[in-house]
Each structure stands twice: as C-alpha cells, then as structure tokens.
Design a binder for this molecule. Structure first.
Ligand code: SDX
Length: 429
C-alpha cells in the first residue's frame, strides 16, 4: 500500500520519496531511487532506522513488547502449540490442520538422520572445540552431501532443503555435544517427537534405556518456540544477505550460525550465565550494576537490553516461568544463580540508568539457568538457540528467494579514506 510521497530537499531541488505502509508497524520511505536522483547515499551503520526488506513472517512491537509469528502472539503459540506447529506456521504461513501437522511431523521425523560420513567430520575437531565452531563447520558441509537440494530455483528442492535443515540440526547439535564429552553418537528414534528425540540423542547412553521426562521435553519444546524467529535480527539478516547471492541454503544457514555465535546476539545466553556465575552472590550485584553503567567500563549486563524491545521482551517472561517449572521438576529448590538473576533484575529495573535507557531482560537472561538445569553445558546454549532459529532463518531465506523483485544485497559506504595518490618506491618511504 503506497501513501503520499515524502519530500527531500537537496541543493534546493525537491525529490519525491515514495512512502509504503505495512499492515501494522512503521511505514517506510522508499529510497531505492534516491542515489540516482541526488547522488547521495543514506547512512545508517547499525540499521537502526532501516527496513532491509518486506516480510510477512514475524512482527515485533518493541514499545509494547509484542511478538507475532504470522500474526499469532508468541504467548498463545508457546502455551497451546508445539515447536513443529510453529515451524509449519513460519514456513507455510498458516497453522496446520490435524492432517497437515501429522504429515509434517512424519516428514521432519524421517529426515533426522544425517549421512553416515558426516560422523567422520567430528573426528577432525579437538574434543574441546566449542560446539558452535563444530556446528558452523558441519552445517556448511551438509551442502557437500545433499546436492539434490541445492538448486534454489527449484521450489521442491527449496522445500526439501528446508525440511532437511530443520530435521538435521538437532541431530548435528546432539552429535556436537556427544563429541565434546567423548560419548558415542545416539541415532534419532522415529517414535519420539522432535524435542524428546533431541533430549534422547543428547543424554542417552548405550548402557541403559533413556526415559524422556515429558515435563522437561515440553519445557525445551517451548524454549524452541520462543527462539524460532525474530524479524530481521543480525543472524537472519546474514542469512538473507548470503542467500541474495544465490548461495545454497546449507551455506546460508552456516553463515547465520556464525553470526548468532556473537555475545551481543545469540551468544548472550552463554555470556549471561557466565556473568551470573561471576557475580556469584546477591551482595556483589551493586558492583556489577555500577560497572554496567560506567561508560569507561566495557562490561554490560548480558541478557539485558535489545535493539527493538524498549519494554519487557515477551519471551523473557515465558522463559522465566519455564525456568521455575524446570527447576521445580529437577528438584532444584535453591539455585544461587536464579537468586542472583531475580535480584539483579529487581535492582536493574528500579535503577534510573536502566529505566532511562529502557533496558529490560531479554530472551537470553533466564534461558541459561533453565538450560543448565536441563543438563546442558554452557557451551551448548547458543547451539540450542541455533537449533530453534533454523526454521526462522530458512523461512526468511525462502521468502526472499521467492520474492520476484529479489536482487543481490550490495550496500554502499561513506568513504573517509585517502583520495587517489601515487605509488612511491620503497627506497623513498
Ligand atoms: C538477541 O535483534 C534481535 O532480535 C536479537 C534477538 C533474536 O531473537 O534474534 O532478540 C536475540 O540477540 C538478544 C540480545 C542479546 N544480547 C545481550 O543480551 C547482550 C547485552 N545487550 C547489549 O549488548 C545491547 O543491549 C544489544 C546488543 C542487545 C542492543 O544493542 P543496541 O541496540 O546497539 O543498543 P546500544 O548498544 O546502542 O545501547 C544503547 C545504550 C548504550 O548507552 P549509551 O551509549 O546510549 O550511553 O544502552 C546501553 C549502551 O551502553 N546498554 C547497556 C546494555 N545494553 C545497552 N548498558 C548496560 N548493559 C546492557 N546490557
């Protein structure tokens, strides 16, 4: 939908900038022709005011703390559905019927095995390799095994690649974990649901039967729903940019995993738990809050703040509730890390600095405590985020590839380096 154009006056010359209105949320000024008309670029290094694309998948209202997947509030999806239902919704745009859900579950389940030679990749890594390094390598390598689903111009191959990535991420993630602890890989079992299968591949050993705890499986499944997609965040934008060159989907998702690893992004769940452990006790919180506020100290409260949410991250509220559920199911009555997290949140949310800068706990603040209680080592936290976010990445990739107006992404720059200068012989330098 196009609104009345905006105007830009450059050297007393006015140009029209077409406006576009979305269904909900901010309208956009289309600057696509601005450089041709004015010789000027826009400048927005952190993309704080830039819409990189048009999308129908996920909507965030940062001021209201709203998150919708294809229009459905995250609270309702997390409460009533399972992760594969949200995967179907993100991929196809509608909630599945009973028959569609059964077929989707069947299909995903039967793609969970990886090529047997993938197992040899792991032997090339040190046992103490960070699992995110292993995932970046192995997911990129998938394109070496699945040539029959790398032709992105073929809708069927795009869908096969999407299903393969959603299905095989948990298997590779479990293999990455098993490899670090020196235990044998556990094959998926087709009679288990997505998340129960993942828990069993992570925690079962050949010496005894592994019984999935349904309360824990439901909790982790809900955590996957919370992490499934989040509009044009850094890793999704990475996947879109990689995909805009025509790179195959496995390579694009590997690029997304690499970006997610950063502590400012998906790596924050690992960093937040390490921060809580470093603080250690409630009485040391004021010292760290002071450091977070000190401009000269690079320390930040990990799990706090967000580029878009200037209110409570709706996922953090559900995560906090899930955290208490898991701790109680695990019989953990008194977790010192939780005590520190709850008190840190209370202090931060009443502190003028955090109020003024609208810094609230984000999805990563409570996830670490929950994942640790589920039995995962800190190094696996961001891997779990990647397992969940794969459906968001691949849905956004698919939407971009299927956009008839899609072009390679190629930003410009503000150049502040040397103007042209002549080469001089080394003897004169
Ligand atoms: C995720 O984009 C997404 O949607 C991401 C994500 C997803 O689902 O994909 O939601 C997942 O990545 C969540 C965010 C996880 N990261 C962290 O928890 C790391 C800690 N948070 C910050 O590094 C920061 O808040 C960011 C990176 C999340 C957001 O950075 P912005 O939007 O660039 O904000 P900023 O760095 O410009 O900060 C604004 C101000 C600054 O102060 P001033 O320079 O204005 O004086 O707030 C301060 C910052 O110093 N600030 C913090 C802070 N976060 C911001 N001060 C202390 N502690 C913090 N955590």
């Amino acid at each position: 939908m196009t609104q009345n154009p905006g105007k830009l006056l450059v050297d007393n010359k006015a140009i029209d900038l077409p406006m576009k209105e979305g269904t909900i949320g901010p309208s956009v000024v289309d600057i696509g022709k601005m450089y041709a008309q004015t010789g000027l670029f826009t400048y927005d290094p952190g993309f704080t005011s830039t819409a990189s694309c048009e999308s129908k998948i996920t909507y965030i209202d940062g001021d209201e703390g709203v998150l919708l997947y294809r229009g459905y509030p995250i609270e309702q999806l997390a409460e009533h559905g399972d992760f594969l239902e949200s995967c179907y919704l993100l991929l196809y745009g509608e909630l599945p019927t009973k028959a569609q859900k059964a077929e989707f579950d069947y299909t995903v389940t039967r793609h969970t095995m990886v090529h047997e030679q993938m197992a040899r990749f792991f032997a090339g890594f040190r046992r103490d390799a960070h699992p995110m390094a292993v995932m970046t390598g192995c997911v990129g390598a998938l394109s070496a095994f699945y040539h029959d689903s790398t032709d992105i111009s073929d809708p069927n191959q795009r869908m096969v690649a999407s299903i393969r990535l959603i299905s095989k991420m948990p298997t590779l993630a479990a293999m990455a974990y098993k490899y670090t602890i020196g235990q044998p890989f556990v094959y998926p079992k087709n009679d288990l649901d997505f998340t129960s299968n993942f828990l069993r591949m992570c925690f079962a050993v050949p010496c005894e039967e592994y019984k999935v705890n349904p309360v824990l499986s439901r909790a982790l499944d809900r955590i996957f729903i919370l992490h499934a997609d989040h509009e044009q965040n850094a890793s999704t934008s990475t996947v879109r940019l990689a995909g805009s060159s025509g790179a195959n989907p496995f390579a694009c998702i590997a690029a997304g995993i690499a970006c997610l690893w950063g502590p400012a992004h998906g790596g924050a769940n690992e960093a937040a738990l390490k921060m809580l452990a470093e603080i250690g006790t409630v009485d040391r919180i004021p010292e760290y809050v002071a450091r977070a506020k000190d401009k000269n100290d690079p320390f930040r409260l990990m799990g706090f703040g967000h580029r878009v949410y200037k209110n409570y991250d709706p996922r953090a509220k559900i995560m906090q509730k899930t955290c208490h559920e898991v701790l109680s199911e695990m019989g953990i009555k008194d977790d010192p890390l939780l005590d520190v997290a709850v008190e840190l949140e209370r202090i931060a949310l009443s502190d003028e600095y955090f109020i003024e800068k609208k810094l609230y706990p984000n999805v990563d603040f409570y996830s670490g405590i929950t994942l640790k209680a589920l039995g995962f080592p800190v190094s696996m936290f961001t891997v779990l985020f990647a397992v969940a976010r794969t459906v968001g990445w691949i849905s956004q990739w698919k939407e971009m590839i299927e956009d008839p107006g899609q072009r390679i992404g190629r930003p410009r720059q503000l150049y502040t380096g040397y103007a042209a200068r002549d080469y001089g012989p080394i003897s004169e330098r």
